[in-house]
Design a protein around this ligand. Structure first.
Ligand code: SF4
Ligand code: SF4
Length: 360
């Protein structure tokens, strides 16, 4: 069962309707109904969050699986999955939990999640972080805002794996408690976000329209500005976002976050798609993915490919070229990294001492 935790981001409208202001859908919800995410609703004229603390999954993962390559490389992370999502990607690889709330799971309080991490830490797994992941964590803002500060009080890092589609008020509060995030940059087309990915207006009054892509771009920029360790992921889906022009625009946006003067250091993960849910196009051609990554490296220092066979995603020192981190699938060798100097968070190159954009 959920908890009586006071819901946030709701406001009352006429005739017992409530509006949820958490994400740009800004759903108007009648009593007995739920918003587009399926987890925030209206009961007797009041906003409700009956899925507070509902966990669809709780599992240990290599942090590289999130994917995060430049944050605590080689470490383990406790992954907490929820239910529901405010987007409707037709190729969603987690559709069983993102597009459905009638699923198996268990009820957890924030303290239970912290205890699970501490158990792993005490067992010597080296885990000291929680990933809020699998389906969309931001639609469970209240749980994040309770769990994240508690994690920090126990020296545990908070990692978001998210579509980044949330309004600025919630974004500010959550990002202030976030240490690292992998954020989807699904495409560079407002029309695709709106018409294909379910980011378009879906309120019951049918009148509100907004730009979901703009919301996501603002979220990414805010995360970076707030000092969150940011990595971005684009699932390259044939026929959806795989034109050179669109992928170049994604790369340009990422490069722009760091300024145009140097190669941008935010890692970009280009992942291959495989048919799933409602999308049946053939899988992404690995050669195309590799070519796209090579082109993006003219603008971005760290571009990685994912979900393709025999992938090797090493990180080289930008100064001397030594291999800092060697990766093959989820096997990671961090032997080329030297510990940060006193008081710093960034590792150094073990060969030449250069400070590297990989944080502890
Ligand atoms: S889809 Fe967005 S606005 Fe609608 S109920 Fe869910 S979080 Fe709130
Ligand atoms: S945002 Fe992620 S979880 Fe939500 S539908 Fe899209 S791929 Fe699935």
């Amino acid at each position: 069962m959920g908890t009586e935790r006071r819901p946030l981001f709701f406001s009352g409208e006429a005739e017992g309707i409530v509006r949820c202001g958490l994400c740009p859908h800004r759903c108007l919800i009648k009593s007995g109904n739920f918003g587009a995410c399926g987890v925030r609703g209206n009961k007797n004229g009041k906003g409700i969050i009956p899925f507070y603390g509902f966990a669809s999954a709780l599992a240990m993962d290599p942090i590289e699986k999130k994917p995060l390559y430049h944050f605590r490389p080689g470490s383990e992370i406790l992954s907490l999955g929820f239910a529901g999502c405010n987007l409707r990607c037709p190729f969603c690889q987690n559709w069983r939990i993102s597009q459905n709330t009638d699923i198996e799971g268990r009820w957890l309080q924030p303290g239970d999640v912290i205890s699970a991490v501490l158990r792993e830490t005490n067992a010597g797994s080296g885990c000291s972080a929680i990933a809020y992941t699998y389906s969309e964590p931001l639609v469970h803002a209240e749980f994040l805002l309770d769990c994240m500060p508690l994690a920090h009080r126990h020296g545990i890092a908070n990692v978001l794996v998210t579509n980044g589609c949330v309004n600025i008020e919630a974004a500010r509060e959550i990002l202030a408690l976030t240490d690292a995030a992998n954020i989807d940059l699904k495409c560079f087309s407002a029309a695709t976000y709106s018409k294909v990915l379910g980011g378009g207006a879906s309120t019951s009054d049918g009148a509100s329209t907004y730009d979901a892509m703009e919301t996501v771009l603002e979220f990414i920029a805010l995360a970076h500005k707030t000092g969150v360790h940011v990595e971005l992921t684009t699932l390259v889906v044939p026929g959806l976002n795989d034109s050179d022009e669109e992928l170049d625009r994604c790369a340009d946006f990422i490069a722009g976050l760091n300024g145009a003067s140097a190669l941008a250091e935010i890692p970009w993960h280009l992942s291959a798609y495989h048919p799933d849910y409602h999308w049946n196009a053939p899988p992404t051609d690995p050669a195309f993915l590799l070519r796209t990554a090579e082109r993006a490296r003219k603008k971005l220092r760290y571009v990685y490919t994912g979900n393709i066979a025999a992938e090797e995603n090493n990180t080289l020192c930008p100064h001397c070229g030594a291999a800092l981190v060697r990766r093959r699938a989820y096997r990671v060798d961090t032997g080329g990294l030297a510990p940060p100097a006193n008081g710093e968070r960034m590792f150094r190159c073990a060969s030449c001492g250069e400070k590297i954009a990989i944080s502890t």
